[in-house]
Design a protein around this ligand. Structure first.
Ligand code: HEC
Length: 108
């Protein structure tokens, strides 16, 4: 009986967790990847500014950044100090690559 109850509660917990997890829009086969500029406007502009130079909340000047693409992916995915992780707002690899390219396009 106790085992059955434990099983039931674990099942309910799994269902609840499953329901609260936000679905990834890119799982839809008709999903169209967003351009880097759009993602940047939505997720990055508040700290980095439209030209990358704003440096709000201790953000780094992206127009002067020399960071390589792999590290840019890492900092977007995992965040660092005042930079919050942004990975879950970028829905697939194409969008990540678009974002990295856009960040690099802000360089002088
Ligand atoms: C809440 C403010 C905030 C937001 C939003 C934000 N960043 Fe940042 N970003 C920071 C801070 C703070 C740092 C400096 C982190 C450190 O090295 O201490 C940083 C650093 C970076 C760097 C490293 C630059 C270098 O040369 O060291 C890159 C690249 C970057 N951000 C890209 C992005 C992108 C792309 C987005 C949107 C997807 C984004 N950031 C959103 C605050 C933010």
């Amino acid at each position: 009986m106790v085992l059955k109850l434990i099983a039931l509660f674990s099942f309910l917990a799994l269902v609840l967790i499953g329901c609260t997890e936000t679905p990834n829009p890119a799982d839809d086969p008709n999903y169209k990847s967003r351009p880097g500029k759009k993602i940047y406007k939505e997720r990055c502009i508040s700290c980095h500014g439209s030209d990358g130079k704003l440096c709000d909340s201790g953000a780094k000047d992206l127009s002067r950044s020399k960071m390589d693409s792999v590290s840019i992916v890492d900092i977007i995915t995992d965040g660092k100090n005042g930079m919050p992780r942004q990975g879950r707002y970028i829905f697939n690899d194409e969008e990540m690559s678009n974002t990295v390219q856009y960040v690099k396009s802000l360089r002088e």
